[in-house]
Structure formats: C-alpha cells, structure tokens
Design a protein around this ligand. Structure first.
Ligand SMILES: [Zn+2]
Ligand SMILES: [Zn+2]
Length: 162
C-alpha cells in the first residue's frame, strides 16, 4: 500500500501516520495537531480521559482556550473544514471535514476536550458535585496540555515520533 504524505493545515510540518490509542491518526510532529476519524473521536477521548483523570483534578473549572480560528483546509481533501464548538460549548472549537469525516484538533484542543470529557464522565458518576464545580479553581491550561501530551505519547505506537 502506498503511503501518501499530508501537509499540516496549521504549520509547515508533514503529518505522520500512526495509531493513537489504537485509533488511526495523523499527527503533526511540529505543532502536535492531530487528525482523527470522527467516528473514533469518542473512543480516543475515552482513552485519554482515563489517562488524564489520574493526573488532573476533575472538579476544577477548565478555562476556555483562545480559538485559533476556522478556515482550516482538510489535509486529506483540501476542503475547508467546519469550525464548531465541541459538546455544544465554546470552550473548544474543533474543525471537521464532512467529506472525509475527519476532525482536526490542535494539540491544546485535544487536551481540553479530553479534560472536558473526563469531567463530564466524572460528574455523571458523582452528579451531586456538579453544582460545586462552578466555584472550583481554574485549571492551568499548560497543565492540561502537558497531561494531554503525555497521554498522546503513551498512546502513540509509531516509535520515536516526537
Ligand atoms: Zn503542524
Ligand atoms: Zn476532507
């Protein structure tokens, strides 16, 4: 099978094909952005959330990250991707290509999403805590990002990528 190389839509990096927690993904070694199939996104977040919940306090409030803007071209087909808020909120805006059913996530976005996901799960398990979370301290985005990068590295199965 021929391996095509795809350019990163955010920087001049070339995407590397590999598996992230057993999910087919394209990752940019430079900006750490990741392209994943939309159908696998939940499974990926599930795995990452599990990893991150070991190192993060899930009761903390997550700060919205600055949106890097839409208009991302799909690395696979060149189509301009749709930019929308993940889980109906505007904390994370993700980009997806309806043609390829692929989602582009900037490095920070994946981390915040996994954190939001972990927190939602956590709150479902302990519903009573949901109200308290509003006054909880704000998580440092850098900490979330570090935890996300660790989770990415641990799940990534192509050797010596980053
Ligand atoms: Zn890049
Ligand atoms: Zn596409």
């Amino acid at each position: 099978m021929e391996t095509k190389s795809f350019e990163c839509p955010r920087c001049d990096g070339v995407l590397k094909e590999g598996k992230l927690h057993a999910i087919d993904a394209h990752l940019c070694p430079q900006c750490k952005g990741i392209l994943v199939p939309q159908r696998d996104l939940r499974r990926l977040l599930d795995k990452m959330a599990e990893e991150m919940s070991k190192t993060l306090s899930l009761d903390d409030t997550i700060e919205a990250i600055p949106d890097r803007g839409g208009g991302v071209s799909c690395p696979l087909c060149g189509q301009t991707m749709d930019n929308y808020g993940y889980m109906g909120c505007n904390q994370v805006k993700i980009d997806s290509c309806f043609r390829c059913s692929a989602v582009w996530l900037d490095a920070q976005e994946l981390g915040i999403m996994a954190c939001l996901y972990a927190r939602t799960k956590h709150h479902q398990e302990t519903a009573a805590k949901a109200a308290e979370a509003r006054s909880a301290p704000i998580v440092d985005v850098a900490i979330v990002t570090q935890a996300a990068e660790r989770a990415v590295l641990q799940g990534w199965s192509v050797g010596r990528l980053l």
